[in-house]
Design a protein around this ligand. Structure first.
Ligand SMILES: C[S@@+](CC[C@H](N)C(=O)[O-])C[C@H]1O[C@@H](n2cnc3c(N)ncnc32)[C@H](O)[C@@H]1O
Length: 222
């Protein structure tokens, strides 16, 4: 092995050690990708902001399928930025991961984000594993950042009209609330009201494996 190969292999193994692996993300990334493929258009120069990218497994799996889209991963947890960067290393259409707290106003994040500028926002598994103010921040910022007709994808479990099924989701909800009383599976009706207050409508609800759903929300403007 020459010096260049040695340096490259050292860098590759250093990157690999920073990659966090969430088993759930490995299981759900392919079904979610198949939904995104139905909604992400084939026109050039589009943009997708991911809120709460976690390990970075989702964005790393999706980005190669959409070369017409620039992906902007983000996290509130500083330590996860390294994992996201390691997973997305070498992917030309993925920007450096950014530190974003979704409860804050987008104008404090980066000059890159302007009103009515994004085609898509994607958020998986945050709504139920964070205080409700994060969901409020997600819809408030999405209402401002998305272009008209832009799409917000959310993925996770939801209660419908106050009813959460099946029993495994009820136990999951109890478990979340025991970890943090501000967490818990949200009712779709509450999120729909929040969305409408921000000029966003529920366009479609897609059943996913393991009793999850992907919700397709569209900005309709005021
Ligand atoms: C269960 S993880 C989901 C990670 C990833 N999206 C996935 O599906 O594998 C929930 C994520 O929400 C993030 N989160 C919690 N509060 C947040 C906030 N205020 N702003 C942005 N992200 C937040 C956490 O850091 C965590 O990575």
């Amino acid at each position: 092995m020459n010096v260049i190969h040695c340096a490259a292999s050292h860098r590759t193994s250093a990157m690999a050690s920073k990659k966090m692996i969430y088993p759930a993300a490995d299981r759900n990334k392919e079904p979610i990708l198949s939904v995104l493929q139905r909604y992400i258009r084939r026109v050039p120069d589009q943009s997708l902001l991911e809120i709460s990218s976690g390990s970075g497994q989702h964005v790393a799996h999706f980005a190669p399928h959409f070369p017409q889209v620039t992906f902007y991963p983000s996290e509130i947890e500083n330590h996860l930025l390294e994992s996201i960067a390691a997973h997305t290393y070498g992917l030309m259409n993925v920007a450096q991961p950014m530190l974003i707290d979704i409860t804050t106003d987008y104008r404090t994040w980066s000059a890159r984000f302007k009103e009515n500028s994004l085609d898509y926002i994607y958020n998986a598994n945050m709504i139920h594993i964070s205080p409700f103010k994060c969901t409020e921040g997600l819809f408030r910022n999405a209402g401002q950042l998305l272009k008209n007709n832009g799409i917000l994808f959310t993925y996770g479990p939801y209660a419908i009209n106050g009813v959460l099924t099946p029993e495994s989701n009820v136990r999951f909800d109890q478990n979340l609330k025991s970890q943090n009383p501000e967490w818990g599976v949200r009712d779709l009706e509450d999120i729909k009201k929040l969305a409408l207050n921000n000029g966003i409508q529920l366009k479609q609800m897609i059943d996913m494996p393991a009793n999850n759903k992907t919700l397709i929300w569209q900005k309709v403007g005021y």
